[in-house]
Design a protein around this ligand. Sequence first.
Ligand SMILES: N[C@@H](CCC[C@H](N)C(=O)O)C(=O)O
Length: 319
Amino acid sequence: MIELIKCHGSGNDFLLIDEMDRDYGFTEENRAELAKSLCSRETELGADGILFILTSEQGAARMRVFNSDGSEASMCGNGLRCAARYICEKLGVEEAIVETMKANLQVKKEEDLFSGVPTYNVEISPVSFRIADLPLIMDQEELIQEKIPGLSDELTFTALAVPNPHIVAIVTKDQVESDLQKELSEKVNGPNELFPDGVNVSFIRLLEKGEIYVRTFERGVGFTNACGTAMSSSSLVTCLIGENQVGDSISVYNNGGMVQCVVHKVNEHYSIDLIGNATYMYKATVDAATLKVVEKQEFNEQAAYEKLREHAQTVLGTN
Ligand SMILES: N[C@@H](CCC[C@H](N)C(=O)O)C(=O)O
């Protein structure tokens, strides 16, 4: 029997499985297979990915994230907020260090972003603009607000690794609503010569000063309600172009709700605080042999979250 929690950050939903106290004896193949089968939207659970919580020698716990196609990602911002809540509540602490594939990251409980919505602040770091770190195969060091030959004649992109790979473009409302993002994203996430490992592709719409909208096609998943590392990357890009300021809070609206991002710059190194909900939907027990849900218990937290989501939709409706 596998015990899990279905949770979400901005509607980017995950199945959280705790391997700290319980040794399920998963192999790497098992984790990838579980991600593909349990995350399938054809099944009762369905999710954008699985968060495996493990013991760590470098922090309070370790988070590994698998996309719904079975690939492992180096980071997941919305997932880290859910993992942060789980780890902090389990250990009875308000803040912790969580080990991820490439970095040990600071997480902490924050004041509720909206009444009754459990909120966590997670560090998004390290940030690299070296295109080799994505990797993006082009004959240059960085790509900041530039065209990518062979990808789009109309859009300029910024490429960054936080540390999972992202390209972001500032677009118009019409461009967000067109099929352009789907076409580009499928191109760079299929066999292609630019991004051999694929890439998360975000379109940003500038709303007001301090307010942006971000829509992301996630590598290994497809369009999701929101992507935390993408919203962090997008906030940083709006600071680079002078639209927003380092140190200021940026409200980032998405199709699943909203979060806040604060970009920091210390000694030429950027990091981003990603602040948003960590909502539990239900607890479930799954039979590992049949992958059927044998028990389910709701948390009743979604109603409070819906109020935040309605607010976000109202803001988007007027922009
Ligand atoms: N949804 C995540 C990112 C998950 C990983 C991503 N699809 C990748 O492969 O890099 C987030 O909230 O950051």
